[in-house]
Design a protein around this ligand. Structure first.
Ligand code: DGJ
Length: 725
C-alpha cells in the first residue's frame, strides 16, 4: 500500500515533460516519430502513400499525440502536384518532384526514376534509422539520425545502398533537407569571403528562388563555410527564433536554400553535385556527409553557444577531456622560409620566457625549400639548415619547457621536387593536358591508395622518429584538372580524396595518441565539422592584422568555438599597412587559442614585458575563454566599439574584451551592458591594468553595464569578473 502511495506521489510530481524521457518516440498508430532535445523537437511521419514527411522542427514538444499523422498533400493544379506542397524528408528524383533532389541516380538502362517509400525503421537509444526503398528496385536509402539531447543538436546523414544487380551512376547524394515552418519573411545568415578575408557575416531576406552556398574547389574553401542559419526575420543576437545547420565535410559541399512557390523554405545539403559522379556497383553503398541541425529561441548568440558546446563535447577529439589549448609560438611571419637551427633556438628561448607552451616551426625545414618554388613533397630534413637533424632543436625546445610542433603540407608537391620527379603521375592531372600551378605547386591525388599510404608513412615516420606534439597540416591551393585515369569513374576523386585525408589523420591519431593537429588551408580554407572531428584547432586566417581579425573572428564565432580558433599576435605594420598597439593585438588574439607569430628578436624589453604579463593574464582566463559561453555584446559590423564577453561554464568567472576603432568628437563610448551573469550574485570587477576592484551585482552589470573608458584610436581593455556569492 505504502509502495502504491509512493508510486502515485511520484507520478503526480513528474510533469509530462519529465515523463517524456525517450529522445525518440514512435507512434505505430499514426506512423510518426518525435525526436526530442532539451531545446528542440523534430517530427516525421509516413503518409498513406508511403512517403516520409517532415512534420515539425522547432521548440520542444512534450506530447507526441499532438503531432498529426502525415497526409498525402493535395494537388493544387496539374502544374502543382501534391509532392510540391509536401515537406518530403528525403527526396528522390522521380514521379512529380520538381525541386532539389536529395539523391539522383542513373541506372545502367538509363532509367533515372527513383521514388523512395518507407520500408522499416529501428530505434536504438539516441539513434533512429529509417529505411526508404525505391518503389520497384532494390535501391535503399538508410536515413540515420543521432540525437544529442543536452546539446540540442540532431545529426542526419543518408546511406545509399545498391542491392540491385546493376551498377548505378550516382549524380547527387545529400544528407537531407531541413524545413522551417511554412511561411515567408525568413532571413538567411551565412559567411563568405576569400583568402585573408574569411568569415564575413551576411544576413539577407530569403526570396523566392534558390541561393547556393558551396565549394567547388576540393577543400572546404575560404569563399563560403558550410553552415546556414534561418531566422524568422526579426531575431537578434540575444532573442528570436533561429534554425541552423552545419555540414561535416571538407571537400566539395553544397547547401541550397530554396523558397518555393508554396511558401516552403527547404535547406538541402550534402556533396556538391558539381562534377560529381560515383559508380555504385551492386552490393556497394555510399554515405553522405553528416548534416547537424539545431534550433534556438535566444537568437544568434543562443545558436552559437549551442554549437560551441556541441563541438567541445561531441565533435573535437577527446571532447571535454582534451587539454586547454596551449599558448603557441609560430615562426612563419618572423622567418618565412629562412628557418635554421640557430635561428629557431633563439626564437624558442625568447618564446619560452614569455610563457609560450608550444613552439611550432613552420614552412622551410625540409628538402630544398628556400622559397615556395621547390621542395614541397620532400619531407626529409634540410641538412644545410639542420645539420644534425631536428633532434637537437626539439630537445632544446623541450628543455625550455615547451612542446614542439612542425608544419607539414602533405597533400602538395612542387614540380621541382624529388617526389614529383619520381611520381609525376601522383599529381592531379588530365592526360596530355597542361597542369595549372598555384603557388608553384600541384595537388597530389590523395584519392589514390598508393599516395595515401605514402603520405601516411611520411607523417608516421616523422611522428615516430621525433618528439612531435603537434602538426600544423597546411593545404595551400584548391584542386585543378581533377583527372584520375586509372579508374572507371574519375569523378569519384572528389569524395575519395577527402575520405583518404580523414583516414590518414585518424590512423595517425590512433597510433600517436598524444599528437595534436591544426587544420590550416592558407588560413581558414578548411574549417568544418568534418575536419574538426580530427583536429584540435584551426588556423583562422592568414590575415593577422588585429582590426581585420575582429571581423573575421566575429564571423568565425557564429558557428565555431573560441577554443578551436587559433589567433596570433604578430608585428606591425601588418595588412592594410595598419599599426595597432601591442595590447590591442594581444586582447584580440586572447579571445581564442592565443598564439604569438611575431619576430621576437625585434621586440623591445617593454614589448616582452607587456607580452609576458598578457600571457600570464590569458592563462588565468583561458578556460573561460576557450570553454565558456560567448556573448557577442557589440558587433564590429555595427559601431566603433566591439565587445565580447565569455562566461565560465560554472559561472564563477567572466571576462569582457572591448575594442575601440577610433574616437570622434571627444566622446567616450557608453557603458557596455553584460549578459549571461546571475542577476542575484555579486562579482568582483577588475579592469586590466587598473588598480582596485569594485563589487557589483549581476543585475546591475546586465542592466546598467560597465564603463569601458576607451579613447583615441585602437584602444582596448579587458575586464575580469569573479563571482563572490
Ligand atoms: C599558409 C599558412 O596559412 C601560413 O600560416 C604558413 O604556414 C604558410 N602557409 C607557409 O607556407
Amino acid at each position: 500500500m505504502a509502495l502504491m502511495r509512493l508510486l502515485a506521489t511520484l507520478c503526480l510530481c513528474l510533469t509530462p515533460a519529465l515523463l517524456a524521457q525517450q529522445p525518440i518516440e514512435y507512434s505505430s498508430a499514426r506512423k510518426t516519430w518525435l525526436i526530442h532535445t532539451d531545446s528542440s523537437a523534430y517530427a516525421l511521419g509516413v503518409n498513406p502513400r508511403g512517403e516520409l514527411v517532415n512534420l515539425y522542427w522547432g521548440g520542444p514538444l512534450w506530447r507526441a499525440d499532438d503531432v498529426p499523422a502525415a497526409n498525402n498533400g493535395r494537388e493544387l493544379s496539374s502544374f502543382d502536384p501534391a509532392q510540391s506542397l509536401l515537406n518530403e524528408e528525403y527526396v528522390g528524383w522521380g514521379g512529380t518532384r520538381y525541386f532539389e533532389p536529395s539523391v539522383k541516380i542513373t541506372r545502367a538502362d538509363h532509367g533515372r526514376d527513383l521514388v523512395l517509400h518507407y520500408a522499416s525503421h529501428t530505434i536504438d537509444g539516441d539513434n533512429l534509422k529509417i529505411v526508404l526503398k525505391d518503389v520497384k528496385d532494390d535501391i535503399f536509402v538508410n536515413l540515420n539520425y543521432k540525437v544529442f539531447p543536452h546539446e540540442g543538436i540532431i545529426r542526419k546523414s543518408a546511406l545509399l545502398e545498391n542491392r540491385s544487380k546493376e551498377a548505378l551512376n550516382v549524380e547527387s547524394l545529400q544528407a537531407g533537407v531541413w524545413y522551417v515552418p511554412h511561411g515567408t519573411g525568413y532571413r538567411l545568415s551565412y559567411v563568405s569571403g576569400r583568402w585573408a578575408a574569411e568569415s564575413q557575416l551576411s544576413r539577407e531576406p530569403i526570396h523566392a528562388g534558390i541561393k547556393v552556398l558551396e565549394s567547388k574547389k576540393g577543400h572546404t574553401s575560404h569563399n563560403f563555410n558550410p553552415w546556414f542559419a534561418v531566422d524568422d526575420g526579426s531575431a537578434t543576437e540575444d532573442s528570436g527564433r533561429v534554425w541552423f545547420g552545419a555540414l561535416g565535410w571538407s571537400g566539395n559541399w553544397r547547401i541550397s536554400v530554396e523558397q518555393t512557390a508554396y511558401d516552403q523554405v527547404r535547406v538541402t545539403g550534402g556533396l556538391n553535385t558539381f562534377d560529381f559522379g560515383y559508380l555504385l556497383k551492386p552490393g556497394e553503398s555510399l554515405e553522405s556527409p553528416p548534416f547537424y541541425g539545431g534550433y534556438s529561441t535566444d537568437g544568434f548568440g543562443g545558436m552559437s553557444r549551442r554549437m560551441h558546446r556541441f563541438e567541445l563535447t561531441d565533435i573535437l577529439p577527446h571532447g571535454l577531456q582534451a587539454r586547454p589549448r596551449p599558448v603557441l609560438y609560430n615562426s612563419w611571419e618572423a622567418t618565412t622560409f629562412a628557418v635554421d637551427e640557430p635561428g629557431q633556438r633563439a626564437l624558442a628561448e625568447r618564446a619560452a620566457k614569455l610563457g609560450v607552451e608550444l613552439f611550432v616551426m613552420d614552412d622551410g625545414w625540409f628538402g630544398k625549400r628556400n622559397n615556395d618554388r621547390a621542395g614541397l613533397g620532400d619531407w626529409t630534413v634540410n641538412p644545410q639548415k639542420f645539420p644534425n637533424g631536428l633532434e637537437p632543436l626539439i630537445k632544446y625546445v623541450n628543455s625550455l619547457g615547451m612542446d614542439f610542433g612542425l608544419w607539414v603540407e602533405p597533400e602538395m608537391v612542387n614540380p621541382d621536387s624529388d617526389l614529383y620527379r619520381a611520381h609525376p603521375d601522383w599529381a592531379m592531372h588530365s592526360a596530355d593536358r597542361p597542369r595549372s600551378e598555384l603557388r608553384n605547386q600541384l595537388v597530389l591525388n590523395m584519392a589514390r591508395n598508393d599516395v595515401k599510404e605514402y603520405i601516411f608513412g611520411v607523417l608516421d615516420k616523422l611522428a615516430t622518429q621525433y618528439t612531435i606534439r603537434y602538426f600544423k597540416w597546411d593545404m595551400n591551393r584548391p584542386f585543378a584538372e581533377p583527372g584520375w585515369d586509372e579508374v572507371d569513374e574519375p569523378k569519384e576523386m572528389w569524395v575519395q580524396y577527402v575520405k583518404n585525408v580523414y583516414e590518414i589523420i585518424d590512423r595517425l591519431r590512433a597510433k600517436h595518441p598524444n599528437l595534436e593537429i591544426e587544420s590550416c588551408s592558407g588560413g581558414g580554407g578548411r574549417i568544418d565539422l568534418g575536419i574538426l572531428q580530427r583536429v584540435d584547432e584551426v588556423w583562422t586566417s592568414d590575415n593577422t592584422e588585429a582590426f581585420d581579425r575582429l571581423g573575421i573572428q566575429y564571423g568565425f564565432s557564429q558557428m565555431y568555438a573560441p577554443k578551436i580558433m587559433s589567433a596570433w599576435v604578430t608585428d606591425v605594420p601588418n595588412m592594410n599597412r595598419r599599426s595597432t598597439p601591442l595590447k590591442f593585438r594581444f586582447l584580440v588574439a586572447m579571445q581564442g587559442a592565443l598564439g604569438i607569430g611575431a619576430n621576437l628578436n625585434k621586440w623591445t624589453a617593454d614589448d616582452s614585458k607587456l607580452a609576458t604579463d598578457m600571457v600570464a593574464y590569458y592563462k588565468k582566463i583561458r578556460i573561460t575563454v576557450q570553454e565558456g559561453n560567448l556573448y557577442r555584446l557589440l558587433s564590429p559590423q555595427v559601431g566603433e566599439v566591439t565587445a565580447n564577453e565569455y562566461v565560465a561554464q560554472e559561472g564563477n568567472q567572466a571576462v569582457v574584451f572591448a575594442f575601440l576603432h577610433s574616437q570622434q568628437y571627444g566622446l567616450t563610448p557608453p557603458p557596455v551592458r553584460l549578459a549571461g551573469l546571475d542577476p542575484k550574485a555579486t562579482y568582483k570587477v577588475e579592469t586590466l591594468g587598473q588598480a582596485g576592484a569594485q563589487e557589483l551585482s549581476g543585475a546591475y552589470l546586465m542592466q546598467s553595464g560597465i564603463p569601458v573608458r576607451l579613447a583615441g584610436d585602437y584602444d582596448s581593455t579587458a575586464v575580469l569578473l569573479e563571482r563572490q556569492r
